[in-house]
Design a binder for this molecule. Structure first.
Ligand code: ASP
Length: 342
């Protein structure tokens, strides 16, 4: 009969090693302090990653943690080159056999762009989790410590491997693809139509779904020093069309058009975009509506214009994908393929 008593003749089992997680800090409200902010609501990125970690009870029990600061910025200043720099740092950490996963602390304002860039440019199967908070670290109702605890718990969970870049907000675990900031003040600030993968409940990660779209296609190691310029164009019927010419003259290799409804394009703007296309600029048709797909040849004959339809990607994530796609090709057929599969 098996006995539940330990056999005194057997050596005691080694305690399971804790996963080794690197906290990569970039700034944001999660590392922000309201006190002493001298007029501003708070100073984003004021706290070190070590201080953030030290403020979360129980974190050290979950994982062996190491901190690495890349930026201490409000995420509004994380431009594409900085986001690519972040991806290179995360890729280097993931390549280290002594690292099991990475948690990136980030401002919420542009988190969806950085997270999607990581998702598209990291090839490792090790977990990567991006986390932010809406309230500064010294607020009465600081949400950062709970979010960070959840993020480390997810990064330490075996179920998180092979899923690409994840985002943790409150109890919710999302895939980076398709996620958007949808509220300027509430702590539940993120949403996406097809982004929920898991939830953290009573210290456990409960998995419900897996992402099906491709990731890691544009390995950060293979990307050029500087990424092609892609601009966003918020459209309307009386938009001065010289704006489009100015974007092209400014060196844009791609334009993501934010049209009303299903990505509709006013006639005068369409003519200007056609001129841009003839000059070699790739035009992606997205919507200014918060959710729902812009389907190819749906509201607009994309074939006739030689444009690309963004599908359900937000214009902001479409800009990231287009910038990466343009490092490979300017062929609209191939770029449409990337949009259909990523
Ligand atoms: N402005 C801040 C940032 O994105 C907002 C936040 O983190 O919630 O860095």
């Amino acid at each position: 009969m098996p006995s539940s008593q330990p056999d005194p003749a057997m050596p005691e089992a080694e305690p399971a090693e804790k996963p080794r997680i690197v906290i990569v800090a970039t700034g944001g409200t999660i590392a922000g302090l309201a006190a002493g902010s001298q007029g501003r609501a708070y100073r984003p990125g004021a706290l070190s990653a070590e201080a953030l970690v030290a403020a979360v009870p129980g974190l050290a029990e979950l994982a062996e943690l190491r901190c690495r600061a890349v930026f201490a910025l409000d995420s509004v200043d994380l431009d594409l080159p900085r986001q690519a720099e972040l991806a290179a740092v995360v890729a280097a950490e993931l390549a280290d056999p002594g690292v099991d996963g990475v948690v990136v602390t980030h401002g919420t304002d542009t988190l969806e762009e950085s997270a999607y860039l990581l998702h598209l440019s990291l090839t490792s199967d090790k977990p990567v989790v991006v986390v932010g908070s809406m309230h500064p670290a010294d607020a009465v109702s600081a949400d950062g410590p709970g979010n960070l605890l959840g993020a480390v718990r997810v990064a330490a969970d075996p179920g998180a491997s092979g899923l690409g870049t994840l985002v943790v907000v409150g109890q919710d675990v999302y895939t980076a693809r398709g996620l958007r900031k949808v509220d300027t003040v509430r702590t539940a600030a993120f949403s996406g139509r097809h982004t929920a993968l898991a939830e953290v409940v009573a210290g456990q990660v409960l998995w419900y779904a897996r992402p099906v779209r491709s990731r890691g296609t544009f390995a950060i190691e293979d990307l050029p020093e500087s990424l092609p310029l892609v601009e966003l164009l918020v459209s309307r019927a009386d938009l001065p069309t010289e704006v489009v010419a100015a974007l092209v003259a400014g060196g844009a290799r791609g334009i993501v058009h934010l049209g009303p409804g299903s990505g509709n394009v006013p006639a005068a703007v369409a003519a200007a975009l056609d001129r841009a296309r003839r000059a070699g600029v790739v035009v992606v048709r997205a919507s200014r509506v918060a959710a729902g797909p812009v389907s190819r040849n749906g509201a607009v004959d994309d074939d006739a214009h030689d444009w690309v339809a963004a599908g359900d990607l937000s214009p902001y994530q479409a800009r990231v994908l287009l910038a990466l796609a343009l490092t490979r090709t300017s062929q609209t057929g191939q770029i449409q393929q990337y949009f259909d599969t990523h």
